[in-house]
Ligand binder design. Structure first.
Ligand code: AMP
Ligand code: MG
Length: 427
């Protein structure tokens, strides 16, 4: 049998094509703001109020009229006390207000003097309601220690945009404008399959009893976790049955209930396996050779649904990842991650790279764009994991990111390279 020559695709072209298929899922869920982390907003969130709602003090101290404090060392009576949560009265001229952080600035006051610069004279008589007087040791600047109303958010402003992926900080911001629930795109439903007759599940066979040629299924573990981190609901079907008809049945069944079927292994050129013909029988399949290392083979397809469920249309996406663990891992991060974020309506799907100095040499240029596993060192540079083979998963554990190295480029110690942190790629 002749091995088909597949077109070599650039990563950018592959990503653009893949994102072109990633129509945002229909279906919006209203979730509690507490559960927003990692989800993608389905609508713009507009603030119905200013944050903070009114001018307030950013210090414990005394609210004053600057006109009353022209020189340091003067003494003024305290006419009221305004703790956080209270609202004071207009500040009488020639007096100051005892005020605490977060308390509203009384009308007429135009500065706060921090308590460290004030000296109460000890003439207060709390039981008689007398607040005493205070010596003011510094001359205030108008506006000092006042947080202005609307300084964080103004009424009517779009605070969080449709397509934004929520973070803990955005949950806090949503809460600060009074939102107890948020509309987010529903979770993608993903069916995960592993392929390969050599695969054994940890726990099924002890290491000392592993038959020759068998290996543990490692991809299943990181793929399931990566999918979950991206907000997916995962049905893990384990290892694909090794018969054609059983594979077709399993995929047809999975397609009915899921938005994406993700497989690892069995997409190499010329490999005999059941997944490819099964997907072709049920829909369509494109095999790509992507010009990256690790991670060359990749498959994208669509499986037609016999019965179209209400939400999700009449097609289920299919993505086949390479089997080599590091290829599978890197390809997931570079292609499947943006695809899944876009399915949820995410706008910012590309990872951000940082320019950093290489503290290693990479003398052998490759024809393909490479993603080298590296780690930041204390000297502000990048160290390289010595074994960059696509089967060496240790490199992805030792490393804290990858260098995105263009095709044909060698690296000399001290060269500036593009570093993409795993934090960027795995969140
Ligand atoms: P394949 O893409 O199926 O040709 O597999 C390429 C290499 O990856 C082979 O050495 C497989 O044994 C290995 N491999 C495939 N799937 C897995 C998996 N789930 N876990 C670990 N290694 C795998
Ligand atoms: Mg295989």
């Amino acid at each position: 049998m002749s091995i088909p020559r597949l077109p070599l695709k650039s990563l950018d072209d592959a990503l653009a094509e893949l994102l072109g298929h990633a129509t945002t899922l229909t279906g919006v869920e209203q979730i509690t703001t507490f559960d927003g982390d990692g989800r993608v907003l389905a609508q713009d969130m507009v603030s119905a109020l200013h944050v903070p709602p009114q001018d307030n003090s950013s210090m414990d101290g005394y609210a004053v009229r600057c006109a009353d404090v022209r020189v340091a060392g003067g003494v003024l009576p305290v006419s009221q006390r305004i703790p956080a949560g209270a609202s004071g009265q207009g500040l009488q001229a020639g007096t100051v207000a005892r005020i605490f952080t977060g308390a509203p600035i009384p009308a007429g006051a135009d500065a706060v003097i921090m308590q460290e610069e004030c000296e109460p004279l000890g003439d207060a008589k709390p039981d008689q309601g007398k607040l005493g007087s205070v010596r003011i040791k510094s001359v205030p600047q108008p506006g000092q220690w006042i947080r202005r109303a609307g300084e964080d958010v103004t009424r009517g402003a779009v605070v969080l945009s449709k397509g934004a992926r929520l973070t803990p900080a955005s949950q806090g911001l949503a809460a600060s404008i009074g939102l107890s629930t948020l509309p987010v795109v529903r979770r993608p439903l993903v069916a995960l399959f592993s392929t390969g007759d050599e695969l054994v599940m940890p726990g099924d066979i002890a290491p000392e009893h592993m038959p020759a040629g068998a290996i543990y299924n490692s991809n299943r573990f990181f793929l399931r976790s990566l999918l979950r981190r991206l907000g997916c609901e995962v049905t893990d079907f384990g290892i694909v049955p090794d018969r054609r008809d059983a594979t077709i049945d399993a995929l047809r069944e999975a397609a009915l209930q899921h938005d994406l079927i993700l497989t690892s292994g069995g997409v190499s050129v010329g490999e005999e396996d059941h997944i490819k013909p099964a997907v072709q029988t049920l829909g369509e399949l494109d095999l790509w050779q992507i010009a990256i290392k690790p991670g060359k083979p990749f498959a994208y397809g669509k499986i037609r649904r016999a019965a179209a469920p209400a939400a999700g249309g009449d097609m289920c996406h299919f993505i086949g990842l390479p089997g080599n663990p590091v290829s599978s891992f890197v390809t997931f991060l570079l292609l499947v991650r943006p695809f899944l974020l876009r399915l949820q309506g995410g706008q910012r799907v590309a990872p951000v790279a940082t320019a950093m100095p290489a503290h290693f040499d990479w003398p052998r240029a490759d024809k393909r764009r490479e993603f080298l596993r590296v780690r930041r060192n204390a000297a502000g540079g990048l160290d390289l994991f010595p074994n960059q083979s696509s089967g060496v998963l240790t490199s992805a554990v030792w490393g804290d990111g990858v260098v995105d190295n263009p095709a044909g480029r060698t690296i000399l110690r001290g060269d500036t390279v593009q570093f993409i942190s795993f934090v960027e790629l795995m969140g």
